[in-house]
Design a protein around this ligand. Structure first.
Ligand SMILES: [Zn+2]
Length: 114
């Protein structure tokens, strides 16, 4: 149900943006989703269609999804590596002193409306 919650929060944000910008319709929304944000894109798109169908503003909107690759930084050897392949342990030096640089994002990148 994570996806549905995120969809509702996103729609709230878009409705606010719509009001601020005097939009009567939002026709296209581009979202960027991090690879390890926990969002399943197919399920997100289903929730999106369902929830947007219940709003005036977003009824006929198109959703575009972009993925942000998950990248982890190792503070021991100062290298970066792919999080999905290697998890929390650095593949170069074996350290677990690592943190996620990108990949946890759930962002609205762009909207088009009128
Ligand atoms: Zn390392």
């Amino acid at each position: 149900m994570h996806e549905l919650g995120v969809v509702f929060t996103t729609i709230d944000t878009l409705e606010e943006l719509g009001r601020e910008n005097d939009l009567s319709r939002i026709t296209r929304v581009t979202m960027r989703l991090g690879e390890v944000s926990g969002i399943l894109q197919d399920y997100f798109a289903d929730c999106w269609r369902w929830a947007c169908g219940r709003t005036e503003l977003l009824k006929d909107s198109t959703l575009e999804l972009e993925t942000i690759d998950a990248v982890t930084f190792c503070t021991a050897c100062e290298k970066t590596y792919g999080t999905v392949e290697h998890g929390r342990t650095c593949p170069f030096c074996g350290s677990d002193q690592t943190y996620l640089l990108t990949g946890n994002e759930i962002e609205i990148k762009e909207i088009e409306g009128c």
